[in-house]
Design a protein around this ligand. Structure first.
Ligand SMILES: [Fe+2]
Length: 207
């Protein structure tokens, strides 16, 4: 059985930036529905024994498994999104991440502008990611719908924001740019991104 992972914070911990109502619906209904669907689609098959990332990669290579891919990827994407959020988060990162942002984006202000524009510019549903490429360079990329960088494993996600309307419509209606400002200024979990960067940097150095 694939499980709905617990939220890494209380449902009211992101107030006033993300309301209890948004989290109750986004986590309790949307995220849960993706988990339930994956279990329904894999029940009684060998796929049920795979770990979630292996399942996503297998489904991504099989054009007959698009529904399974979409739901499994949404389970992983949401787990990663919740971890990308923190009460009292946001603002500029420090340490190694600040250095890499300076090197690869020419400073935090450029990073912030590009991330926001990329997320706001994603047509329809999807995500905006900060990833580390195979060359060690940090990049910002948007993906559509359930698409996820882990499907091909080339770029390693450090951080994401969900730009599906279900992520922000109750709190921000159609103002996606305001949601992005709030995400960047008050919610980004830089400690999570930094831990992901440290892990991928170690792996790349060892390769
Ligand atoms: Fe979502």
């Amino acid at each position: 059985m694939f499980k709905l992972a617990p939220l890494p914070f209380a449902k009211d911990a992101l107030e006033p930036h993300v309301s209890v109502e948004t989290l109750a619906c986004h986590y309790g209904k949307h995220h849960k529905a993706y988990v339930d669907k994956v279990n329904e689609l894999t029940k009684g098959t060998d796929l049920a024994d795979l770990d979630l990332v292996a399942l996503i990669r297998k489904a991504a290579r099989d054009t007959t498994q698009k529904t399974l891919f979409n739901n499994a990827a949404q389970v992983w994407n949401h787990d990663f999104y919740w971890q990308s959020l923190a009460p009292d988060g946001g603002g500029e990162p420090g340490g190694a991440l600040a250095e890499r942002i300076e090197r690869d984006f020419g400073g935090y202000d450029n990073f912030r502008k590009t991330f926001s524009e990329t997320a706001v510019g994603q047509f329809g549903s999807g995500y905006c990611w900060l990833v580390c490429g195979a060359d060690g360079k940090l990049k910002i990329q948007a993906t559509a719908n359930a698409e996820t960088p882990i499907a091909d494993g080339k770029d390693v996600p450090l951080l994401t924001t969900d730009v599906w309307e279900h992520a922000y419509y109750l709190d921000y209606q159609n103002r996606r740019a305001d949601y992005l400002d709030t995400f960047l200024d008050h919610l980004v979990n830089w400690a999570f991104a930094e831990a992901n960067l440290a892990a991928v940097t170690r792996r790349q150095a060892a390769a």
